[in-house]
Design a protein around this ligand. Sequence first.
Ligand code: BTN
Length: 338
Amino acid sequence: MNGMCRPMSTKNQLLTHLKEGKGNWVSGEFLGRSLMISRAAIWKHICTLKEEGYIIDSSRKKGYLLRQATESLLPQEIQEGLKTNFIGRNNVVYFKETDSTNTRAEHLANEGAPEGTVVIAETQTQGRGRRGRSWFSPPGAGIYASLILRPRLAPNEAPKLTLMTSVAAVETLRAFTTLAVTIKWPNDVLIHEKKVAGILTEINAEMDKIHYVIIGIGMNINTPLKAFPGEIRKIATSLLIETGNRFSRVSILRDYLERFEKCYDEFANEGFNPFMSRWRALTDIIGKRISVDVIHSTYTGIVRDIDEDGFLILQDRDGNLKKIISGDIALLNQRNMS
Ligand code: BTN
């Protein structure tokens, strides 16, 4: 893996020809001549594409016709028309099934994978959430993706990247629906108070230098209600559940990668400040009475804001302000507000 443009594989060139056919037959002769391969080789690639989920008709006389593209999050689908400079440009690693894309990304980063590498899975057997929780990752229903980043930041600035990511994720989901998608600090993405997406940021650093950051995102897109296990059903939702419609996971992931890159560049050039106002505009917890679980304690109070480090500012009943670095929020009864 390196930062240079890789030549397109013969199979993907064949796919491009079929797509350019726009629902018309493409002759075997034309494909053979353009790609300089035999009829047997064309057939081998057609079989692979069918295995990948493309629906292709074949006829001895007429050639091949692409009826429907795959619904899988294959690199060639994600990269087609992807408007980024480095995120997922020529380094998308795809798994039909894996333990956790964050774990895979960590291994790749240790082996030197470049910034912008994207790791995607159709399903995860050990999808991980924050604070040791698991992330339910059924096949083909959601987006499970991790980005490898090598930012020039001090380790204590990494939480800002998580908040920045939640802005990109919510802006993506709002671009595809009219639903009120909101952020619950630090980075839960909610619709009607149920979780539709979550972000897991993991860093590898020395005291003063980040080696790499892995930002994993899980989005529940086409997950039907009955697919969620009972205990998760109460707290999770998906775009399908909320709208009754299925969505193109490829389009959503592409949009997220593009927004992420824009945010990341803006963050590198202008710092966290522009994201504070964007984050505030997407949350509805400011002014709410909450409790927040922090490792060995629970604090209660009214959320006043986030600060320039991305920490939560909580006001207790005596009026004292407390900064919370990380934790799990629960909304409380909104009576007795001051
Ligand atoms: C959370 O809200 O607790 C964070 C959930 C993060 C889930 C994603 S899915 C892709 C990536 N791989 C993982 O194992 N976890 C993250």
